[in-house]
Design a protein around this ligand. Structure first.
Ligand SMILES: Cc1ncc(COP(=O)(O)O)c(C=O)c1O
Length: 395
């Protein structure tokens, strides 16, 4: 910001987003299904990005400044990242322990390959963002599933089951915090309890914190590595500006290693195996983290209103649907287990409602009766999505 653009101006801009315009874009979200379908699946937002990012990218293009660049972008991207982690999350990161990556999922795959052997156990908490499952499966590691459990008004970690599922050949715990798809931002007590277990079993923690900036009031993001030096030294944190600032098409990400030992296998790779973001990704992240906060604040208030709309809609129209309001993210995890539908909910809403949600089946066994709804869109589009879902149910 957006000099001159207030929260109200930005909300008006978000309100003005239309499906006709989005259907003309190259976004996979809007291209995968036909023009008659409203998409609410992949985790992209429909809002225009911050002016700060548009200016930064426009400037690079205008100046023909598109050659090789220092990695990460110099001056400043690594330092801006480190200061942001300190200011927003009270997390002191040693700049020497930060490694640029292309994207966060690359970091998930690489961490598993670097820090475990085929057949060794990797703990994940289903339902889970599908690339976690793919990372374990494709690397030939053994999936140790510790599903989150519904407890009152939130999903929780099943600590008893976790402690008994870990054996001597379990190496990694893949944490997703905030958690996609449930939207949990785990609190200090839970994370410390998890910390005790990972220390006791000598596990490495790979913590995907890409949704860290999308936490609603009343909750906070606690980087796992910030909880204690003992936990930091066994943690690889993966994060990026792309999710919160809606720039997934301009990838660049960071891994933060808590110890030399965690970093060493990455250093041992031939230098170009992993690669890094390009100048547009780095330039966008720099602009986002330097000048994008007012835009992000406006997005968060808009998302909080949308979350409320979704919660109220389901409470009034589908009271049987289990929906726990997310602490973070713009994703609503809807469970139709207690609702009679003629088929899988993803299929049902696509065929009868012309709404494309994410199928819960992709998120592991607890997702069988679920769908994930992305509500990061304009209120008019969200209302139409909800209306179509309601009509599908009524017909
Ligand atoms: C938890 C989580 N991690 C990673 C990603 C993707 O990150 P990247 O595009 O940097 O690979 C997403 C995207 O939705 C996500 O939800």
């Amino acid at each position: 910001m957006e000099a001159g653009s207030s929260v109200t101006d930005l909300h008006e801009t978000f309100d003005a987003v239309t499906s006709a315009e989005l259907h003309r874009s190259s976004r996979i979200k809007w291209q995968l299904y036909g023009p008659e379908v409203l998409p609410a699946w992949v985790a992209d937002m429909d809002f225009p990005v911050a002016d700060a990012i548009q200016h930064a990218i426009g400037g690079l293009i205008e100046r023909n400044d598109l050659g090789y660049h220092a990695v990460p972008l110099s001056p400043g991207l690594r330092e801006v990242f480190v200061s942001r982690m300190a200011e927003r999350f009270s997390w002191q990161v040693d700049p020497g322990n930060v490694r640029p990556l292309v994207n966060v999922v690359q970091g998930l795959d690489a961490s598993i390959l670097m820090h475990s052997k085929p057949g060794q156990g990797v703990v994940i908490q289903t339902p889970i963002y599908p690339p976690f499952l793919a990372a374990v499966e494709h690397s030939g590691r053994r999936l140790v599933d510790n599903p989150l459990v519904r407890a009152g008004d939130r999903f929780e970690i099943d600590f008893a089951r976790l402690a008994s599922s870990i054996d001597d050949d379990t190496r990694l715990f893949m944490l997703c915090n905030p958690h996609n798809p449930t939207g949990r931002a785990f609190d200090r007590t839970e994370l410390l309890q998890l910390g005790e277990i990972v220390v006791q079993h000598d596990l490495i923690v790979v913590s995907d914190e890409i949704h860290a900036d999308l936490v609603y009031p009343g909750h906070e993001h606690l980087p796992f590595a910030s909880l204690s030096p003992e936990l930091a030294e066994r943690t690889i944190t993966l994060t990026a500006a792309t999710k919160a600032f809606n720039i997934a098409g301009l990838p660049t990400a960071f891994a933060v290693f808590g110890s030399e030992e965690l970093k060493k296998p990455f250093r041992g790779l031939p230098p170009h195996v992993l690669g890094h973001g390009g100048i547009l990704g780095d330039g966008a992240a720099l602009a986002a983290w330097t000048d994008g906060q007012p835009w992000l604040d406006a997005v968060l208030t808009y998302l909080a209103e949308n979350r409320q709309r979704v919660v109220e809609f389901f409470a009034s129209r589908f009271p049987g649907v289990k929906l726990l309001p997310p602490d973070a993210t713009y994703l609503a995890w809807l469970d139709f287990q207690d609702v009679e539908l003629p088929c899988d909910p993803y299929q049902f809403f696509l065929e009868r409602g012309r709404v494309a949600l994410s199928s819960g089946r992709d998120f592991g066994p607890p997702g069988q009766s679920c769908v994930r709804l992305n509500y990061a869109t304009s209120k008019q589009i969200l209302d139409e999505i909800l209306e179509r879902m309601g009509e599908a149910f009524d017909t």
